[in-house]
Design a protein around this ligand. Structure first.
Ligand SMILES: Cc1ncc(COP(=O)(O)O)c(C=O)c1O
Length: 364
């Protein structure tokens, strides 16, 4: 059996929507009642909002050094200002001392990106104070956060972006909420093409779920490289019509998904507590929907390899930006990168699968 890193979609829903689209009259995209603008990818939403904030001005944007290169790549290509990075502390909060505003020239428009890693709110109060003092705008990166589709979403700065495809099994999908008008100024850009690549991938995953695990686990671990993320324009695309349809249904299940993710996180946390291992984030009784379970170990690669060999989709954080890898100014981000193991806790997993993960971890 295989435990994937992400949840698989409901195949009946996919094939129903697909046949409707292919053989019957094309249906209109569903309407949503929540505030915000839907996108294909969070990185494009972030780029658009950053460009809106600072249109026509000299500008710079501060990202944490602990961020994936694929997010930075779109800024390298389409952001007219300076790209800057700050280090983080051992608990993944911003290291405020590493934000050297002296490098900023006068009259430059500065944007601060605050990442809520793995769905846990990150230093909201401090970020507000710091940015107020230094006249910086704030964009919250809630790519790992499950948005609430009811009521108002709090935006601490200018905007928050969510990557819906990370929590829900969707071909793509992201949500932008801005402080001014919720971002609902125009309908989403909808990609009409059928996302065949995604459909084939998830169908294959469904089949391979039952293939003996060693085959899957023998794939070598991909190492970080200084060459950066592959240059593809796919992330310019809007949300696909299939994502819109599936999202409409998934929203009704979001309460259940929230609960399962919390329960699964707690199972891992209490198991590791018995082994004397502190979690990176303590869930306690907090009302948080975790994205995954991060674990720190100096034996990162060994743990991931052994878990994968047993069919468990443990992962490491993707490649850090080339600017970070090529510099000595971000020691903590690089240390965390070398130690972090990401374990799945998503909605497809129940007590049985979580027990398999804890059993596999017993060896360490
Ligand atoms: C922290 C963080 N922010 C933003 C993104 C980009 O999200 P998307 O893939 O929806 O563009 C990712 C992952 O890809 C991420 O991990």
């Amino acid at each position: 059996m295989r435990i994937y890193a992400e949840p698989l979609p409901n195949f009946n829903d996919i094939f129903k929507e697909l046949s409707l689209q292919l053989f019957h009259q094309k249906e209109k995209a569903p309407e949503f009642s929540f505030r915000g603008t839907l996108y294909g990818y969070a990185r494009k939403a972030m780029l658009d909002v950053a460009n809106n904030i600072s249109a026509g001005k000299d500008r710079e944007i501060w990202f944490p050094a602990y961020i994936c290169d694929e997010l930075i790549e779109i800024f390298r290509r389409h952001w007219g200002g300076a790209l800057r990075f700050y280090d983080i502390k051992d608990d993944l909060t911003p290291n405020w001392d590493s934000i050297d505003l002296k490098v900023s020239t006068k009259d430059v428009m500065s944007i601060f990106v605050l990442v809520h890693y793995f769905g846990f709110p990150n230093s909201v109060k401090e970020a507000k104070e710091f940015c107020k003092l230094n006249k910086m705008h704030i964009i919250e990166d809630g790519a790992h956060v499950m948005p609430s589709f009811e009521g108002e979403l709090k935006v601490i700065g200018d905007a928050v972006v969510f990557s819906l495809r990370k929590i829900f099994p969707l071909p793509n999908g992201a949500l932008l909420i801005t402080a001014v008008n919720g971002g609902k100024n125009k309908g989403p850009k909808v990609e009409k093409k059928i996302p065949w690549e995604w459909i084939i991938r998830v169908v294959a995953k469904r089949i391979f779920k039952w293939v003996p695990t060693t085959f899957y686990g023998l794939r070598p671990l991909k190492k970080e490289s200084l060459s950066g993320y592959r240059k593809s324009e796919i992330y310019e695309r809007g949300i696909s019509w299939l994502s819109l349809k599936l999202l409409k249904k998934l929203m009704q299940e979001s309460g259940k998904i929230f609960q399962i993710r919390q329960n699964n996180y707690r199972i891992l946390q209490s198991f590791l507590a018995k082994q004397g291992i502190e979690p990176v984030f303590n869930l306690e009784e907090k009302k948080i929907c975790p994205y995954a379970f991060p674990l720190r170990s100096t034996k990162r690669d060994k743990i991931i390899e052994i878990l994968r060999r047993q069919g468990i989709g443990a992962q490491f954080w993707p490649t850090l930006p080339v600017e970070v890898l090529g510099s000595n100014s971000y020691p903590t981000a690089r240390k965390i990168q070398s130690e972090l193991v990401i374990l799945p806790i998503h909605q497809d997993l129940d007590f049985k699968e979580m027990s398999l993960i804890t059993k596999a971890l017993r060896r360490f």
